[in-house]
Design a protein around this ligand. Structure first.
Ligand code: NCD
Length: 314
């Protein structure tokens, strides 16, 4: 039962609970009327202390499609945080108006803190360079829909897959959450492609090693390409750098283009949480293996499944 539950990190929900959400999301995708009015009268607060397009809009679209409403802010400058209000106070206030809270904040741990002060479910829409669990739900649903057998659980869909992550693996919260989530499944292989400065944090590789996950770190995208079933490209996270020079030096380390796509399997899936900057050339968009725009759509379905579940409406 997910009613009343918060989602702060990808492992807050069990494998079975995630499968339940994917089944619900697939049903919503199939039948446009399913759960359509289920959140009538419910209010979602969207508190975005950091920029967002897809995540915020997809939560808002999800809530509206369920018949509910939302209120909130997309710019912390227009909220009382600008006057020095603490996060705890903002959250307590929002919880007194709304039935659930979706929050994005530049500080790692902000969502967890918010959930401690909130009597209503808190959904983490990104806390600094830490986690982004609803992007992970989006990514996993996309893999399941494009590579899975209908009706099978996610474990069956990801068994035997080699998933590559490329780009800013140090600051990319979507990478941290997805790698953590994938590590729960059997026979998944992870390949981390980054320059040495942007390697995946040690706390993640240590965890993977402890759980016996087969993984590899390499600076070469070309070298990794032929083995991959899924390639998860990411943007270099400019806003998390301490100096602009390092960002400029590293930002174009990897650019996925037609030439590199030729090295890959015929049924590769290219994912990207978006926004894209330069790391995927526009020419790749026409390749049938480019799945990042479809991925954004699955994000809305899985957020509908999530909201209707935590609000007790599913
Ligand atoms: C990601 C994020 O905010 O972490 N975007 C998203 O939610 N779709 C990735 C990014 O900003 O690079």
């Amino acid at each position: 039962m997910l009613e009343g539950r918060s989602l702060i990190e990808p492992l807050n929900f069990s494998v079975e609970e995630m499968d339940g959400l994917f089944v619900l999301a697939e049903r919503i995708e199939e039948d446009g009327t399913y759960l359509r009015e289920s959140c009538r009268g419910k209010l979602l607060a969207t508190l975005f202390f950091e920029p967002s397009t897809r995540t915020r809009l997809s939560f808002e679209a999800a809530m509206l499609r369920l018949g509910g409403s939302f209120l909130g802010f997309a710019d912390p400058g227009s909220s009382s945080a600008a006057k020095g209000e603490s996060l705890a106070d903002t959250v307590r206030m929002a919880a007194s108006y709304a039935d659930a809270i979706v929050m994005r904040n530049p500080k790692e741990g902000a969502a967890l803190l918010a959930s401690r002060y909130s009597p209503v479910p808190v959904i983490n829409a990104g806390d600094g360079g830490h986690h982004h669990p609803t992007q992970t739900l989006t990514d996993l649903l996309t893999i399941k829909r494009l590579r899975g057998n209908p009706g099978a659980g996610l474990g069956d869909s990801v068994r035997g897959l080699t998933v590559g992550f490329c780009g800013d693996l140090k600051f990319g919260r979507t990478v941290h959450s997805l790698a953590r989530a994938l590590a729960r499944y059997e026979k998944v292989r992870l390949v981390f492609v980054s320059p040495p400065e942007l390697r995946v944090p040690e706390y993640i590789t240590r965890l993977l090693a402890k759980e016996g996950i087969d993984f590899l770190e390499t600076p070469s995208l070309e070298g990794a390409m032929p083995d991959l079933d899924v390639l998860y490209m990411t943007r270099v996270q400019r806003e998390r750098f301490f100096n602009e020079e390092d960002y400029i030096r590293l930002k174009d380390t990897y650019v996925l283009n037609r030439e590199k796509m030729e090295l890959a399997k015929k049924n590769l899936i290219v994912l990207h949480p978006l926004p894209r900057v330069n790391e995927i050339a526009v020419e790749v968009d026409e390749d049938p293996r480019a799945a990042y725009f479809r991925q954004a759509k699955y994000g809305m379905y899985v957020r509908m499944a999530l909201l209707s579940s935590v609000l007790g409406a599913a």
